[in-house]
Each structure stands twice: as structure tokens, then as C-alpha cells.
Unconditional design. Structure first.
Length: 408
């Protein structure tokens, strides 16, 4: 076994666990293992190889199997770069990439075991020089993935069905919108924050698809971002669909109309305005006026309606359950991959119902929201019989997320 393989795996496991070298040393001391920070650093650099006893201890504090340190990574990940990372430090970027790489490696390992006949091939990329080319590339991908011309129920599911993987991260303080890359040059991988609204997440996913499936040549970053914006809007709402919904030419768009279209297609009201202007359905001057009006109403940051989608990744969980059913994973291994996966379908959550703010409620999967609402309804049913006006029932405030994908 090569030293650099073990060194790489030890460092990856530590970063994925979100621990500093000092914290690892302290955790080891807590289980009776003495190791200095310099010693750990030497192992991570490949200057020395930890003994089996130490590897078992490291596996325990880093929550991985001991075999993890001995396995040669069968994954080559080529990242294209973060979007909106001004406030994200390099250590945080490295941790996000490491966590994503770990999930991608597990995903590909399970898929190879369960689908041995599957052959991943590098998908074609479309040469794009103009915004119109980006729109054509987006519609070409829709055709390739057999999405038709109707609203996309879940962009995440479309990516997973297309052979890709969506990785979500939490507690990012909204510091990045997306990260895209290729696994082994054949599998598209997109990392998004779970802490944003579904319409913003959908746009970020589609935007990153643009970076993955467009060949823009040597253009500046600003131009590349604008082309990816056009790709995203066109992927979510094709030109034919936009004209069918809005008409060929309009003098004025109504905000109530835009709100309904947002809820139907999962594209923000602001993005609909820009989409209409890009297709010359409305004049640019009217688009600017609409965006200015949204700003005056404080809708640029908090749009007046929410879109409820199904954008939680499911493919890795599905593969984990399948591998568990077929005896390829133990329940403990399955739980490490997807916490909670071994719980029964109808088994209630261990957490009791308590106060839940609207923003947290909206982020939950739909079935979990419905379960909480049913429990809440049961709790207040007695109160309703006693107090018909429900004077003791507190309403929830709701806050939206700023969709800054477009600028006027």
C-alpha cells in the first residue's frame, strides 16, 4: 500500500468530518491514544504510515471504516468552480469539495455493484457563443433527457435520471449558489445549498448544468455566467412554453400572472420578466420598469409567493436501500451513508412536535411537512372545541429567500 494513498484518505476523512488536526488529536486522547499534531500532519503528508492500531482509532474518531484508509480512490473529480464564493474561505471550499467527493465515491461504488452492465459515456457538449446558442443547448439537453415541453416537476430528479448526482450541503450561511464538476469525465455532479428556496435551487441546478453541457470556449467569466443564466432559464421554460404562457407580444405583464407562472414552472417572477425580455415578448424598458417596481415593493429579495417543489436528492438513498435489501450493506454501513435510512416507512420521527418557524417548515420534504401539520392539527383540535375563535393559536411568519440570479 502506497503511503500517499493512506495520507490522502486520512486527510480526506478529517476534512469530511469537519475537524481540525488539533480536534482529531484531542479526540484520540479521549479514547486513550496519544498523538501529536505534528505526528498527524506527518501522516497526512505521507511522511510516515500509521500503525494498524492507530488507523483503527482514527477510523473511530473520524466515523469511517478502517478499510477506507486502505482503498485506492477510484474517482477522478474535475470541478469547474464555485459560484458566488466571495465570503467562502478556502478551508470551507475544500471541505465542501471533500464531502461531495466522498458522496460521489459511495454513489459510484454502489451503482457499479448494483448496475454492473451500466456504461457511463462522456455526454456531448454544445458549442455556445451567443445567448441564442445557450438556449438551443438547453432545449437540446431537455430533448436528450426526454423531458418534453412541460414544466419540470423536479430538476434534481431529472439530473439523477440522466445519470448524474446532486449533492446538497447545509448550514452554508448562503455563501455559494452552486458547484459543478465531472466524475471520471462521464458523470455530472452538482453541489447546491439545501438552505435556499426551491425556485432558487432549481435555477442554480439548471445554471450549473449550463456550465457542464456548454462549450463556451475562451470567454471572460462575466460572459460565461450570462450564457449559463440563459441556459438555465431556457432549460426551465422553453421559448415555445414562454410564448404559449405569455403570448407572442405583450405591452404589459401583471405581477399576479407572474406569481401564478412561478408556482407552475418553478421559475422566479424576476426570471420570468427577464425571460420575456430575452424573447422580445416585452420591451427591455418594460422589464426594467417591472424590476424597479419589484424593488420598490421589496420583492427583489422576498417575492410575494413561494414555489413548493420536490428538489431533495433521492438516488443515493435509493441505491443504499437497494444494497441493504440485497445484502451488500449492513444496517450500520447503510446508516453511515444515509442516516435514518433503516427506519421503517411509517415509523414516526423521534423528535416531538414543537414550535417550527415557517422557513424551517418550508425546507422540510412535503411528506414531513404534512406529518407535522397533521400532528399540529391533532394538538389544537381540543382547543378548537373549547375555543371556537382559536385565540390561543399563534400564526407563523414566513420569509422568502433572495433570488439574485438576475440583475436588472
Amino acid at each position: 500500500m502506497k503511503k500517499n494513498v493512506i495520507a490522502l484518505r486520512v486527510k480526506q476523512a478529517r476534512i469530511a468530518a469537519g475537524m481540525t488536526q488539533d480536534e482529531v488529536v484531542e479526540a484520540l486522547a479521549g479514547i486513550g491514544i496519544s498523538l501529536t499534531k505534528g505526528g498527524l500532519s506527518k501522516y497526512e503528508r505521507g511522511g510516515s504510515t500509521p500503525k494498524p492500531t492507530l488507523m483503527r482509532a482514527l477510523a473511530k474518531v473520524l466515523a469511517v471504516e478502517t478499510s477506507y484508509f486502505l482503498e485506492e480512490p477510484s474517482l477522478e473529480l474535475r470541478w469547474l468552480g464555485f459560484r458566488k464564493l466571495a465570503r467562502m474561505g478556502k478551508k470551507r471550499q475544500e471541505r465542501v469539495k471533500t464531502l461531495a467527493a466522498s458522496e460521489v465515491e459511495i454513489f459510484l461504488t454502489l451503482r457499479r455493484a448494483l448496475e454492473p452492465a451500466r456504461e457511463d459515456v462522456a455526454p456531448p457538449r454544445t458549442r455556445v457563443q451567443r445567448p441564442e446558442d445557450a438556449a438551443m443547448a438547453a432545449e437540446s439537453l431537455r430533448t436528450q433527457w426526454r423531458l418534453g415541453d412541460q414544466p419540470i416537476e423536479s430538476v434534481t430528479a431529472a439530473i439523477e435520471d440522466g445519470g448524474g448526482l446532486v449533492v446538497e450541503t447545509r448550514n452554508d450561511d448562503d455563501v455559494f449558489d452552486g458547484l459543478a464538476g465531472w466524475a471520471n469525465e462521464t458523470v455530472p455532479v452538482i453541489v447546491v445549498s439545501a438552505d435556499v428556496s426551491d425556485d432558487r435551487r432549481r435555477f442554480s441546478l439548471a445554471h450549473e448544468l449550463g456550465h457542464l453541457f456548454m462549450d463556451v470556449g475562451k470567454v471572460d467569466k462575466g460572459t460565461e455566467e450570462k450564457l449559463a443564466h440563459r441556459f438555465a432559464a431556457s432549460f426551465l421554460v422553453t421559448a415555445a412554453t414562454a410564448r404559449r404562457e405569455l403570448g407572442m407580444k405583450r405591452r404589459h405583464l401583471d405581477f399576479r400572472e407572474l406569481a401564478m407562472l412561478k408556482q407552475k414552472h418553478g421559475l422566479s417572477m424576476q426570471a420570468w420578466i427577464l425571460r420575456a425580455a430575452d424573447l422580445a415578448i416585452i420591451d427591455r424598458s418594460h422589464a426594467r420598469a417591472l424590476l424597479a417596481e419589484m424593488s420598490s415593493r421589496a420583492w427583489r429579495r422576498h417575492e410575494p409567493v413561494e414555489f413548493e417543489g420536490e428538489e431533495r436528492p433521492r438516488k443515493l438513498r435509493q441505491l443504499t436501500v437497494r444494497a441493504l435489501a440485497e445484502g451488500l450493506l449492513t444496517p450500520m454501513q447503510a446508516e453511515r451513508i444515509c442516516p435514518g435510512v433503516t427506519r421503517g416507512i411509517e415509523e414516526p420521527s423521534e423528535e416531538p412536535v414543537g414550535p417550527v418557524d415557517a422557513r424551517s417548515l418550508v425546507r422540510l420534504p412535503r411528506n414531513e411537512r404534512e406529518r407535522l401539520m397533521e400532528q399540529a392539527a391533532a394538538i389544537v383540535s381540543d382547543e378548537y372545541e373549547k375555543d371556537g375563535e382559536l385565540t390561543g393559536f399563534e400564526t407563523l411568519s414566513e420569509k422568502d429567500h433572495f433570488d439574485d440570479s438576475f440583475n436588472a
